[in-house]
Design a protein around this ligand. Structure first.
Ligand code: PLP
Length: 436
């Protein structure tokens, strides 16, 4: 399978080029040349498949030209070594818990598969250096995903003193490691400064002649494709339990997660429709309402991993639906939620059901219940982060401390040295060239 640009105009690329380059040469996003349909028989057989079997089957058509089946199996089993339980939190309302990976958020799924794909497809020349700017969460997931992967190196730039203590621990925990391949730099500046420095580094041809740079943000197909896996897995578990289902609600910011769900449906996965659930950064729900897409500056909310006013994966949604809003409306409804409603939902679900939601998962929950029509069909919302990861929001709402899962306690205990760096490309270049 080859990969093309959403514009349809760029020359088709191999999986390896799409992975290593990130963006298509025309600046648009890569998508597979075609979406490979599943046979109805295969869908019927889903309930008997394990998570790794599903993972291999989902990715096989997209990787078969580049990777042997055995290599793909090893990648999937290595990357997805944590459970993704489907939990019925109230009658007919299921949480698909995607937060049991090492950094306790669903980004582990895409990042871990992508890291292993890049490691496996590397040609053995100079190591590839993944350069990523982060406001907190992505950097941790990417650092953990690439840690110990041969032929790869990661440099994460985050704004000094502007990430939570938990995030800082997850970011710095490999800093002290001798010969380690993951480094996080605390830039003297804001997230925008980090992004500016990353952009200048990618534009620096002299630097790029000496260091093979690549990115790992959510527009990379290497993160998109594996995110289809858990939609198949959730439907498998519902079919296994003979629970008729219709709708999936996805908490969305940059819309990679929802785009993957739409691709899963397009491959034949029986999902009735989707809810694009957002915080007040509601450009996609507004588009579904008015037919006009108007990017805006992002607004800060308590679900900050979804604070995005110009979602890049909207491009992939347009590609999937030929830019036809009426067709998109048949498959997706929009639902946007204020912080106060999110807090109220966290409190109510905890008090009535004893289930703790993080702010992002709470938005998906709200999106699902707001659009539920009947009780006969089950609905699923994607729970994208562990509540302990957002303890500063959740604890005041429920009125007590919440228990830290082992991975979080381990990161806090392993926090490494903070490495400060001036927010300039010169300072970064020096680090990248010495590899330190
Ligand atoms: C990144 C993130 C999201 C948004 O996912 P997109 O694919 O960007 O729409 C939702 N929840 C959490 C916890 C995240 O980290």
């Amino acid at each position: 399978m080859r990969f093309v640009s959403t514009s349809g105009s760029a020359v088709p690329a191999s999986l390896k080029s799409a992975l290593f380059e990130g963006l298509a040469p025309d600046g648009r996003l890569y998508v597979p040349e075609r979406i490979e349909p599943w046979e109805p028989k295969e869908i019927e057989a889903l309930p008997s498949m394990t998570l790794s079997e599903i993972g291999v089957r989902v990715l096989a058509p997209y990787t078969a030209d580049d990777l042997a089946a055995s290599a793909l199996g090893a990648i999937v089993r290595g990357a997805l070594d944590f459970p993704m339980p489907l939990v019925e939190i109230e009658p007919g309302v299921f949480a698909l818990e995607l937060f049991h990976g090492p950094t306790l958020a669903f980004k582990d799924v895409g990042a871990r598969v992508m890291a292993r794909l890049i490691g496996a497809l590397h040609d053995g020349g100079d190591p590839i250096t993944i350069l990523v700017a982060t406001s907190g969460d992505t950097g941790g997931a990417v650092g953990h995903a690439f840690h110990g992967i041969p032929n790869t190196r990661v440099a994460v730039l985050y704004p000094n003193a502007r990430v939570s203590p938990t995030q800082e621990a997850q970011l710095t925990m490999f800093n002290g490691e001798r010969g380690g391949n993951v480094r996080a730099y605390a830039m003297d500046g804001t997230f925008d400064d980090c992004q500016r420095v990353v952009k200048s580094a990618f534009a620096d041809t002299a630097l790029r002649a000496r260091v093979r740079l690549s990115s790992a943000n959510s527009i990379n197909v290497g993160r998109l494709l594996p995110q289809m896996i858990y939609y198949f897995h959730a439907v498998a578990r519902l079919l296994e339990a003979s629970r008729p289902h219709d709708r999936f609600a996805t908490p969305s910011g940059n819309f990679g997660n929802l785009a993957a769900g739409l691709m899963a449906k397009r491959s034949g996965l029986p999902i009735g429709s989707f809810v694009a659930a957002t915080n007040v950064n509601d450009v996609v729900p507004a588009y579904l309402r008015t037919g006009r897409f108007e990017a805006r500056a992002s607004i800060a909310t308590i679900a900050n991993a979804m604070d995005c006013g110009n979602p890049s994966n909207f491009d992939r949604m347009l590609w999937l639906y030929d830019a036809r809003v009426d067709a998109m409306r048949r498959d997706i409804s929009g639902s946007a939620h204020h912080d106060d409603d999110v807090r109220a939902a966290i409190r109510r679900v905890y008090e009535e059901r004893g289930y703790l939601l993080d702010p992002h998962s709470a938005i998906a929950y709200l999106g699902l219940v707001a659009t539920r029509t009947g009780q006969e069909h089950a609905g699923v919302f994607l729970a994208t982060a562990h509540p302990a990861k957002f303890a500063e929001v959740v604890e005041p709402i429920v009125g007590h401390a919440i228990e830290k899962p082992a991975a979080l306690a381990a990161a806090l205990a392993a926090a490494g040295p903070v490495v400060r760096l001036e927010a300039t490309v010169d300072a970064l270049r020096a680090r990248l060239l010495t590899g330190d």
